[in-house]
Design a protein around this ligand. Structure first.
Ligand SMILES: [Fe+2]
Length: 284
């Protein structure tokens, strides 16, 4: 893999490791009160294996940042596909880090007809990313199919074959994209324990049809990356004002948890957690 391409490896985690991950999900999902976020305890060998892989295969020293769990079903994915961006996004965690941050995508359960991940990688789309602007600024993305009024608004200022419009509000960037000019990596029907690694600032989306996919996203940052001090990291200035002395990543994460008190799970979120618990239990 070159430094910028998407990395994919089938059966990266063996059965024992997969069981360790699933056990940790089962033990910790109840205590994760905010939707999708999960603190996985007692999976140090998993982090170590990934860190070693980053070092040996990608030449990157990374540190763990945080982790999320997703329950992909027709109900949860339908709303994403019908939204104005049709699921295309970059990850919000990018704005915390002044430097590269990575997403390790790990399906841990899959009985779907068709499910997976699409990525517009830097490695295969270098021209796009030279125009993409500040990677820490989260773009608003409009798809032709679901944002008719926006397309009408931009009218003649964008080419006719535009499929997606990338907008970065703070920097005033408007970037029209045609899918035919993009090289999109598609990872379909993964086996639990496979991994895909990509930069969180690379455009990506999940897709899904039938059945259930349960998947973790483990986020890593470069070891020498600093906290992003630009205004794209919207709570940093406040953090700077109210804290004294050394400002570490961990302090900032704790501050964010304090600023964003965990919300009670909605009925929908509780139902997802119950379904995750049931499916993982019977699959072990
Ligand atoms: Fe994402």
């Amino acid at each position: 893999m070159t430094n910028n391409a998407t990395y994919h490896r089938e059966h990266f985690f063996v059965q024992e490791e997969l069981d360790l991950i699933k056990k940790s999900v089962l033990e910790n999902i109840e205590s994760s009160q905010s939707k999708n976020m999960i603190e996985l305890k007692n999976i140090d060998p998993i982090y170590e294996k990934l860190q070693l892989f980053f070092k040996e295969e990608l030449g990157k020293e990374v540190e763990f940042l945080n982790s999320f769990i997703f329950f992909a079903s027709s109900t949860t994915m339908d709303s994403r596909m019908k939204s104005s961006n049709m699921g295309w996004h970059t990850d919000g965690t990018c704005s915390l880090v002044d430097g590269d941050c990575y997403n390790v995508w790990i399906p841990i359960y899959n009985d779907s007809e068709s499910t997976g991940l699409e990525i517009v990688s830097e490695g295969k789309n270098p021209e796009l990313y030279t125009q993409f602007g500040d990677p820490t600024e989260i773009p608003v993305i409009y798809s032709r199919e679901n944002s008719k009024e926006i397309y009408h608004f931009f009218g003649n200022s964008i080419p006719e074959d535009t499929d997606l419009i990338i907008v970065k509000v703070a920097s005033g960037l408007v970037l029209p994209l045609a899918k035919k000019n993009l090289s999109i990596d598609k990872y379909e029907n993964p086996t639990p324990g496979d991994i895909v690694i990509f930069k969180q600032s690379e455009l990506h989306r999940g897709f899904h049809d039938g059945g259930i996919r349960i998947q973790l996203s483990l986020k890593f940052r470069l070891k020498n990356a600093e906290i992003n001090q630009k205004s794209t990291n919207q709570f940093y200035k406040l953090f700077e004002t109210v804290t004294f002395g050394e400002k570490s990543f961990n302090d900032y994460q704790r501050f964010l948890e304090f600023i964003h008190p965990k919300e009670k799970l909605s009925k929908h979120g509780s139902l997802e957690n119950e379904a995750i618990t049931s499916l993982l239990s019977i699959s072990m």
